[in-house]
Write a protein that binds this ligand. Structure first.
Ligand SMILES: [Zn+2]
Length: 373
């Protein structure tokens, strides 16, 4: 059953989440609708709210933010999926954005739903799935709030609901499983027909040798930071070795980059954006990545999506057991009302400036602001 929650600001008892300012804001505030309007976009920027502290989340149940712009399928598996660019709705109350990127990621919300169904079929439990149902022309849920919402308070609220649902999912995963894995699902239209796996490294960085890539600063800049910190494998092996995510997904029949078959992606290559930084790199004990899917045979038809969902579920089963140390089996505790949104300390997602640095005589390449999807 779908419940509509957080329908307006006066119903929200929200926890301020100052991730983009690099600090934890523990203040609990109650927004009043008139006050919210008066505060305007500047205040919303300073105090981005999580959307849904109003109630508990139950696995398998769907929750919505205001006007159903944002959808959250609550889960109990250590897997979180988001689809920020698969929305089709174009409500009149949200103005078209005039700056940024507007490309719609065709069928990615359907792909996320197919993966959720497949995981449920296998395990009897649900991953957490967060979907933006609004078209990217109106809201970009994979950018910081200024570019994402273009100053519109209603778009800003939807953005905060999207991010808040993911924060809530992270808190639940950490509490129930200790560790977990986040995937931000996208769609690319590049000529090369592969799934581009974004770990926040540029194509130029991935052209480094294994030895260079495994050395600082790259492991700590990665969306796999929490896994790399365990030190079980040289970092480059996590990215493109025989047990990397790309290797495992290729074994299931879907070409990837980076992977053993294609360790150095060719540009254009999407390396991961705001969500991958916020909800994977800076979200220990959760790690993750961005998957940019090609269309043909992956998301173009329901049959393709179901096939890819089976492959991704198999990949996750192996990968989580091998690298994350958690299993896609029933949680230790029975399904219970879940945690309030995360209060984890977080860091800014601001991408580093482009260009090269030289440190201790060794070349270090920064990822730069482009190719964020
Ligand atoms: Zn996208």
């Amino acid at each position: 059953m779908a419940l509509e929650i957080a329908a307006n600001c006066e119903a929200i008892r929200a926890k301020a989440c100052a991730w983009q300012h690099g600090r934890l804001a523990a203040t609990i505030i109650r927004m009043h609708p008139f006050r919210a309007v008066a505060l305007g976009s500047v205040a919303l920027l300073l105090f981005p709210l999580t959307a849904a502290t109003a109630g508990d989340y139950h696995p398998g149940q769907t929750y919505f933010g205001r006007e159903k712009y944002i959808e959250y399928l609550a889960g109990d598996l250590p897997v979180i999926l988001s689809a920020p660019h698969g929305g089709r709705e174009k409500p009149d109350e949200l103005p078209d954005r005039e700056a940024g990127t507007f490309a719609f990621d065709t069928n990615t919300q359907e792909l996320a739903r197919a993966v959720a169904e497949e995981l449920h079929k296998r395990t009897g439990h649900w991953p957490h799935v967060i979907i933006c149902r609004v078209h990217r022309r109106k809201l970009d849920c994979n950018r910081e709030i200024v570019e994402a919402a273009a100053g519109n308070p209603l778009a800003e609220q939807a953005w905060m609901e999207f991010q808040g649902f993911i924060d809530a999912a992270h808190a639940t995963v950490a509490r129930q499983h200790g560790r977990g894995f986040y995937i931000d699902l996208h769609a690319h239209g590049h000529t090369e027909q592969r799934c581009e796996l974004g770990y926040l490294h540029s194509a130029e960085q991935l052209a480094l040798s294994d030895e260079e890539l495994s050395a600082p600063p790259y492991p700590a800049e990665s969306s796999l930071k929490a896994i790399a910190a365990l030190g079980r494998l040289p970092y480059a092996e996590l990215i493109r070795g025989p047990n990397s995510f790309g290797a495992l997904l290729e074994q299931q029949g879907f070409l990837c980059s980076p992977s053993p078959s294609n360790p150095h992606p060719n540009a254009p290559y999407f390396r991961g954006g705001y969500n991958t930084a916020r909800h994977a790199r800076d979200a220990a004990p959760v790690a993750g990545l961005q998957i940019e899917t090609n269309s043909r045979g992956v998301r173009d038809t329901a049959e393709s999506r179901n096939k890819f969902a089976r492959a991704l579920a198999s990949t996750l089963e192996t990968y989580l057991q091998m690298h994350v140390g958690v299993s896609l089996v029933p949680p230790r505790k029975p399904a219970v009302p879940q945690a309030a949104p995360s209060s984890r300390p977080v860091q800014p997602a601001t991408p580093p400036p482009g260009g090269r640095l030289f440190r201790r005589g060794r070349r270090v390449i920064t990822a730069g602001p482009d190719f964020r999807s």
